[in-house]
Design a protein around this ligand. Structure first.
Ligand code: RI2
Length: 320
């Protein structure tokens, strides 16, 4: 099978973080399935499935932590498996993939909007908020609150090493919101001024632990100590079914050149450098999780997983 260039390009853009944010990479990943069927010369259903399997494997391996990515693929593969029960033709199966991709994209965009509507009710007039990294779901809550004419101020962390905090500042400033950019290590100094810290999610495990951008757990810890509320905004496809069967969420390690360039590294005597992209926040630091289905305590993650995926959570590698 010839992998379409567009699929390779999207996979590479996800890997290099030109496409980023857990929701956005899930939408990009499911699009590669549509591109695969559009370009396919498969003569049999089995050939088409083999092509879908190859594409799924390529995109799933781009970024290991964001569970939205395999969950997006899983959404499409579930529809495909259902269709296979009635012995479809190649064309019919292609059509199923196309429709499922559209459905996932529309649903996921609606989910972000719905999270904004629900979560903004928990933001009060005059609140000072803090957010870390750049999360469309967390920003949806903040932007919705601002649209309701609530007078809010936001502290945004830089989010080293890739400075996604700058994207957050731009989006909030474009919406006319009062924003202050701080370095990540200033979080403790300002936490007493903050009413609510709100972040997104790359993955949520069955025990309600949050996996999100490196530094999130420090924000949560500091928030707890300062008695500041800590909210997570997460679509239900950010919950990890694999964790129900005992798997751990892999923490992505990225190139150390994101942290320090080779020349400077050499100048300071070549110390070892680590660059984990994410960290884990235990459930007892989280006040609530805002999903498109409603507000839940982290302890309800298990229920969400059961509702969304049932007990038989599939292996990421055998989705089609
Ligand atoms: P939305 C991002 O990961 C951040 O960790 C962010 O909190 C999370 O995805 C969720 O983002 P990265 O791609 O889906 O910057 O809410 O590594 O946009």
């Amino acid at each position: 099978m010839l992998i379409p260039d567009e699929v390779k390009q999207i996979a590479n853009d996800i890997k290099e973080m030109r496409i980023r944010g857990a929701g956005e990479i899930a939408r990009a990943a499911v699009k590669t399935l549509r591109i695969t069927v559009q370009n396919s010369k498969a003569k049999t259903v089995e050939e088409l499935l083999e092509e879908l399997r190859t594409t799924a494997e390529i995109v799933i391996n781009t970024r290991p932590t964001a569970v939205s990515l395999p969950n997006g693929i899983r959404f499409v593969s579930k529809k495909v498996r259902k269709e296979l029960e009635r012995n479809p033709s190649v064309e019919e199966l292609k059509d199923t993939v196309d429709k499922a991709v559209k459905e996932f994209i529309v649903n996921s965009q609606r989910a972000v909007q719905r999270i904004g509507e629900i979560g903004s009710k928990r933001i009060r007039n005059g609140d000072v908020l803090l957010t870390h990294c750049n999360s469309a779901a967390a920003l949806s809550v903040i932007l919705n609150a601002a649209q309701q004419n609530k007078d809010i101020r936001v502290f945004a962390t830089e989010t080293r090493p890739k400075f996604q905090g700058h994207i957050t500042c731009k989006i909030l400033r474009d919406a006319g919101i009062d924003v202050t950019l701080i370095i990540d290590s200033a979080v403790r100094l300002y936490m007493n001024k903050i009413d609510t810290a709100i972040v997104g999610a790359d993955a949520i495990s069955s025990n309600g632990a949050l996996v999100n951008k490196i530094g999130t757990s420090t924000v949560a810890l500091v928030a707890k100590e300062a008695r500041t509320l800590f909210f997570v905004a997460a679509e239900t496809y950010k919950f990890s079914p694999e964790t129900l069967i005992g798997e751990l969420i892999e923490i992505e390690e990225r190139d150390i050149e994101e942290v320090i360039d080779r020349e400077e590294l050499e100048r300071i005597g070549n110390p070892k450098v680590l660059n984990p992209a994410f960290d884990i926040t235990p459930p007892h630091y989280i006040d609530l999780i805002i999903t498109e289905k409603g507000i839940i305590p982290p302890q309800a993650a298990f229920t969400i997983l059961q509702e969304e995926f049932g007990w038989l959570s599939g292996d990421k590698k055998s989705l089609f």
